[in-house]
Design a protein around this ligand. Structure first.
Ligand code: 5GP
Length: 210
């Protein structure tokens, strides 16, 4: 049974290349914050560790988890399946841990629609401009210009989901973006005042959508 001592659920989503994974890792260093580790059918990258970055599984195993109704949410992203299993999340929340989710807009929508009895705060992280995003994606996919271009096209579609999030934060500078998110989380949990300018965000999104 959920109580006031339960942790809160914090979702961070963003189009690829906005720096969300770095932010989630920084937040997870805080006392009492833990990352929800997802399952995926994607192959591990060279810098990734099994059971730490993801539970890398076969499509067959993933589908078995779907059939057994173990997922709180799951979705297909860039042709791979990704999902969050329910039990570890609920266990953490019941122990008072705040759980961080690095998931896409489809997963965020599913969790929101479940209307669980735990507090949920959702963040959408955006790059400062399309030019900066392209530069970041090209650096990441140096060997593969097509991937960067494909992800830029995907960006134009993903960005439209900003409207469904509690807060949109621009990642121009990692440290200030992190502080902004942390202040908003603290204000949500403790009920303080929030430093958030929704008109500024709307104008920024309109520039990115152009
Ligand atoms: P990547 O393959 O680059 O690690 O992740 C690709 C996208 O999948 C990112 O937007 C990431 O947030 C999203 N993602 C990772 N895990 C999950 C998950 O469990 N569920 C959903 N819906 N999306 C996820």
């Amino acid at each position: 049974m959920p109580t006031d001592n339960d942790g809160v659920m914090i979702i961070l989503s963003s189009p690829s290349g906005a720096g969300k994974t770095t932010l989630v890792n920084l937040l997870s260093k805080l006392d009492n914050f833990e990352i929800s580790i997802s399952h995926t059918t994607r192959k591990p990258r060279s810098n990734e560790t099994q059971d730490q970055d993801y539970y890398f599984v076969t499509e067959e195993n993933f589908k078995r988890l779907i059939r057994n109704e173990e997922f709180l949410e799951y979705a297909k992203v860039f042709n791979n399946l990704y999902g969050t299993t329910r039990t570890p999340v609920i266990d953490k929340l019941n122990k008072g841990k705040n759980v961080l989710f690095d998931i896409d807009w489809q997963g965020a929508d599913q969790i929101k629609n479940k209307k669980l009895d735990y507090k949920l705060i959702t963040f959408f992280i955006l790059p400062p401009s399309k030019e900066v995003l392209f530069e970041r994606l090209s650096n990441r996919h140096m060997d593969d210009v097509l991937t960067a271009e494909k992800r830029m096209n995907q960006f134009s579609r993903d960005v439209l989901h900003w409207i469904n999030y509690d807060y949109v934060v621009i990642n121009e500078n990692l440290q200030s973006c992190y502080s902004k998110i942390l202040n908003l989380i603290n204000a949500e949990i403790e009920g303080g005042s929030k430093d958030y300018d929704s008109n500024f965000i709307r104008a920024h999104v309109e520039k990115l959508i152009l």
